[in-house]
Design a protein around this ligand. Structure first.
Ligand SMILES: C[S@@+](CC[C@H](N)C(=O)[O-])C[C@H]1O[C@@H](n2cnc3c(N)ncnc32)[C@H](O)[C@@H]1O
Length: 758
């Protein structure tokens, strides 16, 4: 997960976690690595000392403002106008900090960086306030801490809202979040977007980090799967509404593959200690196989971006060159010189050297000693036609160019169908490996079946001697490679448009005629429908495929309606979940929407269950007239009567603080009182943006404590919860018991080992 600014529950003592504390003990030298990269001639001798020196400097903090377009702009303007002017020239103990500033190359000033020593963050009241803001906005997913260079691959995918996008190695999900935002970039009224985001990770536990990271983006177009990306299954999809069977292919694919990670030195100083010549060797073939499967599943005319956080040509240009040669003219490198023009980059290499684990240079595959042959593939060397492949079109990002981490990116376009096998220059050993991992549908699916039943994993089954890396890998079980497989997922069951429950809430909320009522689903077979999710038409066509058993879907759908088992006399016991409110607001009848002023919002924020009599007299009559049950409160700052009155909390801002767009949130009306259906973080974030105080609702339910939910995915939950950053909470109506939704299981499993506070 992009690192977050959040506080962690049960976090180890600060001292243990302070990365600076451990950094001082690392000696930032590695002679082998220095020699290796000098031999690769990744830059001139004159530039080398600047590059090498920069690797030793701690990375600035970077964050990205997330969410839908208008919302993100609002948060950006808050950072720019409310904080930055107060953060210039601040010094503590003689240290002056650079105030936060936008990344020059990131579009619309939505990417930011700053390098502020921890002491200053703690001691300066201005920075403390800024930090508090970052924490609150991160909690609700409006800000995501993400390394600057990691933001590049999604930007180069050139995603359009209607695109089907596959993120092959997606966890913890910072790039997936960016992709989701791009698919939702155009805010359309009364439309569920047509795009699709399939986010996959081979590691089940990490696939749950992915769910956590993307949950707050509330996309009905997202599907999270758990496969070895080199063996993503092929499916025949169910016909869509127009009766067409569209192929299971993607307009855009991101292959952000597992790599040795030596370009993350600034963030992970331990790499100084651990780097060896062998680090990249065991990854090269896996990287080729993942990229190749991505190319197969890409539409002709589509774009695939390959990226690593490694400087190593064996993981970078060698993989790219092998793929281009296998593709034999059906794939080309795109010249992206004019894309992100302010991003400083260096061209890819057309020549590089290969070394043994012991550090001996080997000029060609044929020269590898027989007893070491199993560790090498011919594709690790520069091909003879390297000069013709336009490898210079690859992007090498070096830390000293713009004070970032290092990264490698290659952007391809598929120009014609790609047929496997086409082993190109690969030798017999690699051919065998490739065919094991990329052979057509039948074999792939059979493979998936065997891996899930615990048989030996066949990926990378290269011919090689006993004890060689490929053979050892081939003998690994799936669990050894990717951790324990998750439990069998509950099925995704669609509700008919004329299902009694669908009819009940459709009528109660006056759902628009155009609303796709056949895209609701549940996950609790045989039980009454407790939690109702909505998915896009594209997701539905996948879930309704006859081959769906081949795809391990771990999560999809946005929580939209929750059944409240209560004694409430409400006509409809389904409440709207805050997750689905932005989308549902477009389709809900105005009769269920109450326009409110700031004063009413404050009453709800400052009292857990305010009685009608606690609201301003002017609205009491309207509130009394509302039928019991769930309704939507809508606050439009443009209609606020006192909007220009200064807000004492935020200097220079009107009374509504930094909230410029409409706010909608679900509220439960009981007999005599109201309850805002927001969790603790959501309440706090809203209060902070409005510049008012709030109280936490006492009726929140800790997600981790949801008994049955926690049990259901015990394996994943246990692992993730131990690293968990924040148990989630859900607000419930005062007179109702908390729902026990299948999706609540995710709350128990959420969290990230990569989470870090400022
Ligand atoms: C570099 S990280 C991806 C980072 C991610 N794209 C992001 O931006 O947050 C690589 C990921 O690949 C996953 N992985 C490793 N081998 C894989 C495979 N064969 N198929 C799919 N995922 C794999 C790892 O679990 C890891 O989460």
């Amino acid at each position: 997960m992009g690192r977050r600014f959040s506080k962690r529950k049960n976090a180890p003592p600060r001292k243990e976690r302070d990365p600076n504390a451990s950094y001082v003990e690392v000696i930032k030298e590695n002679a082998q690595m220095e020699e290796y990269y000098k031999a690769q001639k990744i830059m001139s001798e004159e530039e080398w000392p600047v590059f090498w020196g920069h690797l030793k400097v701690t990375l600035p903090t970077t964050f990205r403002i997330t969410g839908t377009r208008s919302h993100a702009v609002e948060i950006r303007d808050t950072v720019k106008n409310a904080f930055v002017p107060h953060l210039s020239n601040i010094s503590v103990d003689g240290v002056v900090a650079n105030p936060p500033r936008p990344l020059a190359w990131y579009p619309d000033e939505l990417g930011w960086h700053f390098d502020v020593p921890r002491t200053l963050l703690k001691k300066s009241p201005e920075y403390a306030k800024f930090h508090q803001f970052l924490v609150a906005e991160t909690e609700v997913g409006n800000i995501s801490r993400q390394e600057a260079v990691s933001m590049i691959p999604p930007l180069l995918l050139d995603i359009q809202p209607q695109h089907w996008v596959m993120d092959m190695c997606a966890a913890p999900g910072s790039k997936t979040a960016q992709i989701i935002e791009m698919v939702h970039a155009v805010e359309q009224h009364k439309v569920v977007p047509g795009g699709l985001i399939l986010a996959n990770d081979a590691d089940y536990r990490r696939s749950h980090m992915l769910i956590h990271q993307t949950k707050r983006l509330q996309s009905p177009c997202l599907m999270v799967t758990n496969h070895d990306a080199s063996m993503m299954p092929s499916l025949t999809l169910a016909p869509n509404k127009a009766g067409e069977v569209v192929p299971f292919e993607f307009d855009r694919v991101l292959a952000d593959v597992p790599c040795s990670g030596d370009a993350t030195l600034r963030k992970n100083p331990m790499v100084w200690n651990s780097w060896t010549h062998g680090g990249a060797m065991g990854l090269h073939q896996t990287q080729v196989n993942i990229l190749q499967r991505g190319v197969q599943m890409l539409k002709v005319g589509g774009r695939i971006v390959y990226s690593t956080c490694s400087f190593n040509p064996m993981e970078n240009e060698a993989v790219v060159a092998e793929m281009l040669n296998r593709a034999n003219g059906t794939l080309e490198l795109v010249d992206v010189t004019n894309e992100l023009p302010l991003l400083k980059r260096r061209p890819g290499l057309s020549d590089w050297k290969v070394f043994t684990k012991e550090g001996q240079q080997v000029d060609k595959f044929e020269d590898v000693p027989t007893d070491a042959k199993g560790k090498f593939f011919p594709s690790m060397w520069p091909p003879e036609n390297a000069g013709e492949l336009h490898l210079e079109r690859c992007l090498r990002i070096y830390p000293h160019l713009q004070d970032t981490g290092g990264f490698f990116v290659a952007v391809f376009k598929k120009t014609a169908p790609y047929v496997v096998p086409n082993p190109g220059r690969a030798a017999a050993a690699a051919e065998k490996a490739a065919s094991a991992s990329t052979s057509e549908n039948k074999e792939q699916n059979a493979e998936e079946d065997t891996t899930t039943t615990g048989d030996k994993h066949k990926l990378d089954t290269a011919a090689g001697e006993e004890g060689s890396e490929p053979v050892k890998k081939a003998r690994m079980t799936r669990a050894e490679r990717f951790g324990a497989p998750g439990p069998k997922e509950e099925p995704f069951l669609f509700l008919d448009a004329n299902n009694t429950d669908v009819e009940l809430f459709s009528k109660f909320y006056g759902l628009d005629e155009d609303f796709p009522k056949d895209q609701f689903l549940v996950r609790s077979e045989g039980e009454k429908n407790k939690t109702i999710y909505i998915v896009s038409e594209a997701v539905k066509s996948i879930l309704k495929s006859n081959d769906i058993h081949r795809l391990k879907v771990v999560n999809t759908g946005v929580r939209t309606f929750i059944r409240q088992d209560s004694n409430s006399p409400a006509d409809c016991t389904f409440r709207i979940h805050n997750e689905g409110i932005a989308m549902m607001r477009q389709f809900v009848s105005d009769a269920r929407v109450m326009a409110v002023q700031l004063e009413e919002v404050i009453t709800l924020l400052q009292s857990p269950y305010p009685k009608i009599t606690e609201f301003p007299e002017a609205v009491q009559e309207r509130l009394t007239a509302l039928p019991t049950g769930c309704c939507i409160f809508e606050f439009d700052p443009a209609l606020e009567k006192d909007k220009d009155k200064p807000n004492p909390r935020w200097e220079g801002q009107g009374l509504t603080g930094f909230v410029k767009g409409k706010l909608v949130f679900p509220v439960w009306k009981a007999q005599v009182s109201f309850n805002m259906l927001l969790n603790k973080q959501e309440r706090r974030s809203l209060a902070m943006r409005l510049g008012v105080d709030c109280v936490d609702s006492p009726h929140v339910v800790e997600g981790g404590a949801k008994g049955t939910a926690a049990k259901a995915k015990a394996a994943a939950a246990e692992a993730a919860a131990s690293a968990s950053a924040s148990a989630s909470e859900d607000a419930t109506p005062e007179d109702a018991t908390p729902e026990d939704s299948p999706m609540a299981e995710d709350d128990a499993a959420e969290g990230s080992e990569e989470e870090e506070s400022l």
